[in-house]
Design a protein around this ligand. Structure first.
Ligand code: IPD
Ligand code: CA
Ligand code: CA
Length: 270
């Protein structure tokens, strides 16, 4: 099995690098247009082009595999993730708002799952020239340098990242949690890419990250953080039909020593 998983990983990295080149070219040439999905969620023509590129390559190379991708199959039933057919979970551009505004914190995220098991994750940030990846049981890496979490154990010294949904009606409890954490940590970051937030916890640049996200936001980065020694859990009950392994509702990822303290603040009474 390891050999086939290594083959998938090599392929995922190639796809991610090519997708990154598409993003950089599109932005350098300002060759993209903006559109809006539900809740005024920004999507660009480059999101769609990268999604089609990645999905078509996977379909051609592994026709029996399944794909869950944000832009072309966001409602695919993931009960299928429970059987042993590999599922590729794709976010073609994580950080679309950053992409469209000329920021550098942008990534393509590719995760592979088999039978509810996180097999591999690749998160490539083309404007930062950083490719994060992990293979289950083999550690996490950035540009082939091994990663490990910061080891921070004191919340007052911790830098904590989070994010906000497009849906403005969901903001009140989120702002409450941000306020609680901000009163107890060193500082907060909102970098604009959940996939990279998870990788930055893996790299020890962030000490904790919390947010409610979709499977494609966290599919690859969660394994990268786990393989770097992070603890992964949820501060909200599962509110969606997604299987637990790709459930991003109330996702909390941190150094092992900070986890309980952050969790306690997430659940503290308002
Ligand atoms: C978004 C980013 C952002 C997070 C949002 C996501 P997108 O993904 O990951 O950091 O706060 O919840 O929707 O829309 O850029 O793919
Ligand atoms: Ca995303
Ligand atoms: Ca996206």
């Amino acid at each position: 099995m390891a050999n086939i998983e290594e083959e998938w990983l090599a392929f995922a990295k190639q796809l991610a690098v090519s997708a990154g080149e598409m993003m950089v070219e599109a932005r350098d040439a300002s060759a993209f247009v903006r559109d809006y999905k539900m809740d005024h969620e920004l999507v660009t023509s480059t999101d769609i082009a990268v999604d089609q590129f990645i999905c078509s390559r996977i379909e051609a190379r592994y026709p029996s595999h399944r794909i869950l991708s944000e832009e072309s199959s966001p409602t695919m039933s993931l009960s299928s993730i429970a059987d042993d057919v590999p599922v590729w979970v794709i976010d073609p551009i994580d950080g679309t708002v950053n992409f469209a505004h000329g920021h550098h914190h942008v990534a393509v995220s590719i995760g592979v799952y088999v039978a509810q098991r996180r097999v591999l994750g690749v998160v490539h940030a083309p404007f930062l020239n950083e490719c994060f990846w992990a293979l289950s049981g083999a550690g996490a890496y950035c540009n082939d340098q091994p990663l490990s979490v910061s080891g921070e154990n004191t919340l007052r010294n911790a830098v904590v990242a989070t994010g906000f949904p497009y849906q403005k009606t969901a903001l009140v409890p989120i702002i409450e949690r941000v306020s609680r954490i901000l009163h107890h940590c060193q500082d907060i970051r909102r970098n604009g890419s959940a996939a990279l937030d998870l990788c930055w916890v893996a790299a020890g640049r962030l000490d904790a990250y919390f947010e409610s996200v979709k499977p494609w936001d966290m599919a690859a980065g969660t394994l990268i953080a786990e393989e770097a020694g992070a603890r992964v859990g949820h501060y909200l009950p599962r509110g969606t039909l997604w299987p637990e392994v790709v459930n991003g509702d109330g996702l909390l990822v941190s150094t092992p020593d900070l986890f309980d303290d952050v969790m306690a603040l997430m659940n503290a009474p308002a």
